[in-house]
Ligand binder design. Structure first.
Ligand SMILES: Nc1ncnc2c1ncn2[C@@H]1O[C@H](COP(=O)(O)OP(=O)(O)OP(=O)(O)O)[C@@H](O)[C@H]1O
Ligand SMILES: [Mg+2]
Length: 385
């Protein structure tokens, strides 16, 4: 074999296919197009949140991925394998949990898992024990499935799909209808599974149950994918879009302003003395915030950062107020400080660095957690089918 032939033979192994690749997927029930040209990619090791309102087409997409439904047009590849060409092979590498999985009620948790291990032809008897331990079902293994709570049943459902050690998990609404504790347990389990190298694709119509575990999201509305990618990247893209729109240009236009990425403090003024009666000093009026290109950024896009500092928060306020990107600063009790700003994560890191360099003791930094909610509201129109 010549050198170039060797290279060509080795090439496919060098370029790893994404865990999930969906290309121009269409599906129709009767006269209704329920999936309209959906394309997305999920990298290995990601937790991808597939978000959309009821009827958006999440389950339809997932059923195609899980080889249960043939796409009418387009293709889906799981780890490089086309679901329509080799569904058997795909089934070996995915663990699929449907939205309403039935369980057999009159057997115990252990019997249930042993039954499925058997039907999946899992011969290693240690696997059931390992899965029971991983999903924390040890104390429940002799309990009848009928006697499990909804959250426990959900964990059992996850345990079942782990028996054949799939590398890609496809979960349809794994946290819906669970109480907060059960939801947190599922969330922690998903994080643990990711640590073990699994890729997780999960759907939800509730944003908040996902925002803290997902590395990436895709938002589906009326069968169309409106946005997809890592949450931070989507947020930055939208910020760029807003900054460009503020000066009437298209995003990416060479003349479009870049969003604020760095905090530059205003000239430091002496700290104001607290008012004699002990009342908090009024916060400075919000500055007009402009992008690096001079365009005004609408205050509606502001974000909130909560800081807790050692000592009197009012003394710290002038160190931040008036800096680039800062819309306002409000002191609170116990060293709390609420900072309204326009900027990204680097901006927040800059603010914290500046305060530390100025000798401020920082006890807590809590950026606003509703990034995903803001993205959702911005990219969707709220249409339901
Ligand atoms: N077997 C079917 N026959 C006809 N229409 C269907 C069928 N399954 C789903 N649909 C329709 O297709 C659309 C998409 O349904 P799908 O179940 O994929 O949405 P979903 O995003 O999973 O919604 P939900 O959040 O309620 O689970 C809906 O309008 C639904 O009524
Ligand atoms: Mg569904």
């Amino acid at each position: 074999m010549s050198q170039s032939e060797l290279w060509v033979a080795a090439a496919p192994a060098l370029v790893q296919a994404p865990a999930i690749r969906v290309r121009h997927l269409w599906h129709r029930y009767g006269a209704m197009d329920v999936l309209r040209d959906v394309s997305l990619e999920v990298g290995h090791g990601e937790i991808f949140g597939f978000i959309g309102p009821n009827g958006a087409g999440k389950t339809t997409t997932i059923r195609i991925m899980a080889t249960l439904l043939d796409p009418m047009a387009g293709r889906v590849e799981i780890d490089g394998i086309d679901v329509s060409v080799d569904p058997d092979q795909v089934r070996k590498i995915i663990g699929y949990m449907p939205d309403h999985a039935g369980v057999y009620d009159r057997i115990t948790v252990r019997e249930y898992l042993e039954f499925f291990a058997d039907s999946y032809r899992v011969t290693n008897l240690g696997v059931v024990d390992a899965v029971i331990e991983l999903t924390d079902l040890g104390n429940l293994q002799d309990r009848l499935v009928a006697a499990l709570s909804k959250g426990m049943k959900q964990r059992l459902g996850l345990a079942r799909i782990l028996l054949h050690d799939p590398k890609i998990l496809i979960l349809d609404e794994p946290a819906s209808d669970l109480d907060p504790r059960a939801r947190i347990e599922i969330r922690d389990l998903l994080l643990e599974l990711r640590e073990l190298g699994k890729t997780i694709f999960l759907s939800s119509h509730i944003l908040t149950e996902l925002s803290d575990v997902c590395t990436s999201v895709g938002i589906l509305e009326r069968g169309k994918l409106v946005v997809a990618g890592p949450i931070g990247e989507i947020a930055e893209r939208l910020e760029e879009q807003r900054a460009a729109q503020a000066v009437g240009l298209a995003p990416g236009d060479p003349g479009a302003p870049r969003p604020i990425q760095a905090f530059v403090p205003a000239a430091v003024e002496p700290a104001p003395a607290p008012a004699a009666d002990g009342a908090p000093v009024a916060p400075p009026p919000p500055a007009v915030v402009t992008t690096a290109g001079g365009a005004e950024i609408p205050a509606a896009t502001r974000k909130r950062l909560r800081l807790r500092v050692l000592g009197d928060a009012r003394v710290v306020m002038p160190l931040i107020a008036g800096g680039t990107g800062i819309l306002g600063v409000e002191p609170g009790p116990g060293g709390q400080l609420t900072v309204y700003y326009v900027g990204n994560d680097r901006f927040v890191a800059d603010v914290v660095r500046h305060l530390v360099a100025s000798g401020v003791g920082i006890v807590g930094v809590e950026p606003e957690r509703n990034e995903l909610e803001r993205i959702f509201l911005e990219v969707t129109r709220g249409d339901l089918q």
